[in-house]
Design a protein around this ligand. Structure first.
Ligand SMILES: [Cu+2]
Length: 159
């Protein structure tokens, strides 16, 4: 038997769960650039919002469109852009927004099975340390689309 106070607390909790803020991890703005034929890799970008009260972690990605998908960071070293594989994934702080964007952390589709053509949609599955796996659709944008200086201003992809 539940005591009345406890029942009230449960009701309050379920009211929260149905509130305006969705719980868990939300992925948006997934896109990638078209690739020339035989391109060995293709970069993918997205935004992850962790609505939860606990930190989470984006651990891995898989897609039928490529042999494998890695998480990479990039940073400038002596004027050269270097990429590094993130073996432990990407941290998603509680209540935080993490943008994977050109010139920064990104997904790297290794050995795409077919060239990526603008207008196409690439499906990938994201796995997290805590949140349930999510199937995400990446919109393929024209080659050379969206230079890094404009990566926060994407017409037609507003949330
Ligand atoms: Cu990379």
């Amino acid at each position: 038997m539940l005591k009345p106070v406890f029942t009230a607390a449960l009701l309050l909790l379920s009211a929260f769960a149905h509130g305006a803020t969705p719980a868990g991890v939300q992925v948006s703005n997934a896109w990638m650039r078209a690739t020339p034929p035989q391109a060995p890799t293709a970069a993918g970008y997205l935004t992850v919002i962790n609505h939860g009260a606990q930190p989470d972690r984006l651990l891995s990605i898989s897609s039928d469109a490529a042999e494998r998908v890695e998480l990479h960071s990039s940073d400038m070293q002596g004027g050269v852009m270097r990429m590094r594989k993130l073996d432990y994934g990407v941290a998603l702080p509680a209540g935080g927004t993490v943008a994977l964007a050109p010139s920064g952390t990104h997904l790297m589709f290794i050995a795409p099975r077919k060239p990526l053509v603008a207008g196409q949609v690439v499906t990938a599955t994201l796995r997290f340390a805590h949140a349930a796996p999510q199937v995400v659709q990446f919109k393929v944008m024209p080659l050379g689309a969206m230079p890094s200086s404009h990566d926060h201003d994407m017409p037609g992809m507003k949330m």
